[in-house]
Design a protein around this ligand. Structure first.
Ligand code: SF4
Ligand code: SF4
Length: 263
């Protein structure tokens, strides 16, 4: 393959972006990070490698950080990253990737941020459908530029890449990655649960098991929020906040797409 895109997705925003970029490139494969990240020997053979994932706590999701630290990228010389986000953004995730690549004697060539609808329903409500559609339209336009940049192996990291705010944000993200596994203690299901097991199926790290026909979270959570957003009964809650927030997943991404990213 000329290009490999490694992606991580919880509610489909990053998967939709990864698919769109892949379709615009020649000879490109999509590889789900959740399917392979625990393998002992991770190696990429592609000339170009990209990473598509959501922003978590101002930086990389833990699973993406751990995967990047492990994978052997010696055969690749062009790297790009696309970060989906719904709120505040700074340069931390791209700098984190660049630092990890530097440790492998490589560097990031191109990085992009794409504004997508909010899915972090444990803190913020979802955007209206009309606003969501605006985000999708804007993203499609940006994707055309991203594809051109990758095809021509261009670099684009000059402006604002070395933002001083990132030092503070890196600590914020590091603390998140240290503690994220146990954050699922706030999840519970309400009595309207129908035992359909969709939450079990969509969890990318198999963190949910059914006990007496109700989901139980096993404290190896990545906080992707697939379970709470894909539950058809909207009966998963995270503390009290989600009693008032709606649910979101990308309209073109289905439960089966989430199942397909699992080991
Ligand atoms: S997805 Fe919702 S309804 Fe289905 S088992 Fe999980 S909590 Fe219950
Ligand atoms: S338990 Fe829910 S939030 Fe945690 S990793 Fe699984 S699907 Fe994502």
């Amino acid at each position: 393959m000329e290009t490999t895109i490694y992606y991580f997705t919880g509610t489909g925003n990053s998967l939709k972006i990864a698919k769109s970029i892949s379709e615009g490139l020649n000879d490109c494969e999509l590889v789900p990070i959740a399917k392979i990240w625990e393998d002992d020997h991770l190696l990429s053979h592609s000339e170009k490698v990209g990473f598509v994932f959501p922003l978590y706590y101002a930086g990389l999701p833990k699973i993406v950080y751990d995967f990047l630290s492990k994978i052997d990228l010696a055969k690749t010389n062009y790297f790009f990253a696309v970060v989906t986000y719904a709120g505040d953004i700074n340069t931390t995730p791209l700098n984190q990737i660049n630092s990890i690549l530097n440790d492998k004697s490589k560097s990031l060539s191109a990085g992009f941020y794409l504004l997508m609808p909010n899915n972090y329903v444990i803190s913020y409500d979802v955007h209206s459908e009309s606003r969501q559609k605006e985000f999708f339209r804007e993203a499609e336009k940006k994707i055309e530029n991203i594809i051109t940049t990758i095809k021509q192996s261009e670099t684009n990291l000059e402006e604002g890449f070395f933002d001083k705010r990132r030092v503070k944000s890196e600590k914020f993200n590091e603390d998140f990655r240290l503690n994220v596994h146990g954050t699922d203690k706030s999840f519970y299901s309400e009595d309207s649960c129908t035992s359909c097991e969709i939450c079990v199926k969509v969890c990318p790290v198999n963190n949910i098991v059914m006990v007496e026909n109700r989901p139980q979270w096993q404290h190896k959570c990545q906080q992707c929020l697939a379970c709470i957003n894909f539950c058809p009964e909207e009966c998963i809650q995270f503390g009290k906040k989600t009693l008032k927030t709606k649910r979101y997943h990308h309209p073109e991404i289905e439960v089966n797409d989430l199942i397909n990213q699992k080991p």
